[in-house]
Design a protein around this ligand. Structure first.
Ligand SMILES: CC(C)(COP(=O)(O)OP(=O)(O)OC[C@H]1O[C@@H](n2cnc3c(N)ncnc32)[C@H](O)[C@@H]1OP(=O)(O)O)[C@@H](O)C(=O)NCCC(=O)NCCS
Length: 185
């Protein structure tokens, strides 16, 4: 991209609605978590590809905490918005709510952040994405939070890598007492 290009947050926002049909149920009769994760990945791609105007991949997914179960027959609505963009990466914020038509109850199911990276179609290497035009205080807040989360993700990745490097199995084995495991060496 030779000249700086910017797009508004609104231009790539996506809403996806899907009825929770019986084939989505798990053995307990509730909607399978994997169905919801798959829909989240789908909307993250749609939103990111729309901002990047090209092919993207999912680089990482922040933790997903299911706050409420989703029942068969409910309408699931997913809202996605690009919160933050770096050079080639985009943080897409996704909010999921489920709605019971009959009772008129709307539940917040979960919120998560997907990092999507734009790739050049030919080289398959990360490619630059447009910047974001921030039009109100909420968009500025989301951008700043996205920037901070990117920093935290990197620090966490580094911390895990350092832990793996410095792991002393003998020392950790001595501290397994009280854990729910039994050594059978
Ligand atoms: C994501 C991927 C393209 C990154 O490639 P890479 O060579 O590490 O790229 P870089 O180090 O140049 O990083 C490119 C961008 O991705 C971001 N990134 C890379 N790995 C990341 C991760 N694990 N989590 C979050 N962001 C990540 C970097 O911060 C950077 O962002 P910026 O350009 O906005 O500063 C590469 O790891 C990949 O192809 N992964 C597989 C993706 C995939 O197949 N997903 C579907 C799973 S089925």
């Amino acid at each position: 991209m030779s000249e700086a290009v910017f797009s508004t947050v609104k231009s790539s926002q996506v809403i996806l609605k899907e009825l929770m049909v019986p084939s989505y149920a798990n053995f307990g009769g509730k909607v399978h978590g994997g169905i919801i994760l798959s829909l989240m990945d789908k909307i993250a791609y749609t939103c990111a590809a729309s901002h990047a105007k090209g092919y993207c991949v999912t680089a990482s997914v922040d933790s997903v905490d299911f706050l409420n179960p989703v029942e068969v027959g409910e309408l699931l609505t997913l809202y996605a918005s690009v919160n933050y963009v770096g050079k080639s990466s985009m943080e897409v914020g996704i909010k999921v709510v489920s709605e019971d038509f009959k009772l008129g109850i709307v539940k917040h199911t979960n919120t998560s952040y997907f990092t999507m990276v734009a790739l050049d179609e030919k080289t398959r290497k990360p490619s630059a994405v447009p910047g974001l035009v921030l039009e109100d205080e909420q968009e500025i807040r989301r951008f700043v939070m996205g920037k901070l989360r990117k920093k935290l993700r990197r620090a966490h990745q580094q911390e895990v890598a350092d832990l793996r490097q410095s792991l002393s199995l003998d020392q950790e084995m001595a501290e397994l007492e009280g854990e729910n495991c039994r050594l059978a060496l």
